[in-house]
Design a protein around this ligand. Structure first.
Ligand code: KG4
Ligand code: ZN
Length: 337
């Protein structure tokens, strides 16, 4: 039976709502609205939780209205309401959960709490129709893990970062070089004119078996390169910045590609996919594409970064599986898959 689902996402610095229609294997995105808070946080060099929470609370109703209107449906047409219930910044998650509860209660519709990471993990199935089980590399600002996605709510963690997430490292490198936030897109842009071979950066944990990763040492290595250049030349040129960005990006891509090879060698999967904000990076996509002969999926950029279509989709699959939540649904800052 075709279902119409509203999804709401507010776990970090984007307030988002989307409407999906279909069944698990065949879904159309009727609308996908994202209101970014990037400008609000720009002056602070990172996401400020209090500012984020206030902006989510002020924006969420408007974003939902916009998504409903853009989808050409009315609230009465909805079969269920899905909302990110964690993990994330608690103030933001609460804003979304409260808005979803209000709608569900007012309209008499089922409510489904969704794990934000499940949203990212299921996106390649939404966009490319991947069959279970597939290997997923989830790389974002807060997360970095290899998951075997076995079903809509069945995930096996095969490995992940022991310290920072790669998106965090991109953001930190941008900060070190005076480039704007979020760092991923600005580092990628600067790297276009750079020489990736100029600086040899460490490839952490490559000598350790398995598919765990580490990015904090890489960040520190970039800091040393920057300070070395400042000491000898009195500052950084545009070319220095470009070369640092290119070297850093190439190192991240090569480490993730090598660890992906190891995760794939564990077997038991029929496809390989990447998701999360860092999956928007073209150099990384190219590096990952070549690691296996299995089908490879990388969602379109707008569905890699935070969005509510992925939350609506995870909610739709959970609902089809018979899961609904009550008004006692709690917002969880931490919620491992
Ligand atoms: O998934 P996401 O939107 O939010 C969560 O962390 O859940 O990911 C945001 C992260 C940020 O750290 C951002 O710098 C990074 O994804 N990112 C990128 C690119 N676009 C966004 N990193 C590398 N290259 C990009 N093009
Ligand atoms: Zn995310």
């Amino acid at each position: 039976m075709s279902l119409t689902i509203l999804g709401i996402e507010s776990s970090c610095d984007d307030t988002a709502a989307a409407v999906l229609r279909g069944t698990g294997g065949d879904v159309a995105i009727l609308s996908n609205v994202v209101s970014s808070q990037t400008d609000l946080h720009a002056a602070f060099g990172g996401v400020v939780p209090e500012i984020a929470a206030r902006a989510h609370a002020e924006t969420v109703d408007l974003v939902v209205e916009e998504a409903i209107a853009a989808a050409g449906v009315s609230l009465r047409d909805l079969d269920a309401i899905a909302v990110t219930a964690g993990p994330g910044l608690i103030g933001g998650v609460l804003s979304g959960v409260m808005a979803a509860k209000g709608l569900a209660l007012g309209l008499g519709k089922p409510l489904i709490g969704v794990n934000h990471l499940a949203g990212h993990a299921l996106t390649p199935r939404l966009t490319d129709g991947l069959a279970f089980p597939y290997l997923l590399l989830l790389v974002s600002g807060g997360h970095c893990q290899f998951l075997r996605v076995e079903g809509p709510e069945a995930f096996v963690r095969l490995g992940g970062t022991i310290d920072d997430a790669p998106g965090e490292a991109f953001d930190k490198v941008a900060r070190l070089l005076g480039l704007p936030q979020p760092g991923g897109p600005s580092v990628e842009k600067a790297a276009r004119d750079g020489d990736a071979a100029r600086f040899k950066l460490p490839r952490p944990l490559m000598d350790r078996p398995g598919c765990d990763l580490s990015f904090s040492g890489l960040k520190t290595a970039v800091l040393r390169v920057r300070d070395g250049l400042v000491e000898t030349n009195g500052g950084l040129t545009e070319q220095d910045r470009a070369d640092i960005c290119a070297s850093f990006q190439a190192t991240v891509a090569s480490v993730l590609a090598e660890k992906s090879r190891r995760a794939l060698a564990l077997g038991e999967v029929t496809a390989f996919a990447v998701a999360g904000g860092v999956a928007a990076n073209q150099t990384l996509r190219l590096a990952l594409e070549t690691v296996t002969d299995l089908p490879f999926a990388a969602p379109p950029l707008a569905l890699c970064t935070d969005n509510a279509a992925m939350i609506a989709y995870a909610g739709l699959l959970a609902f089809e599986g018979g899961r609904v939540d009550g008004m006692d649904l709690v917002a969880r800052p931490r919620w491992p898959l």
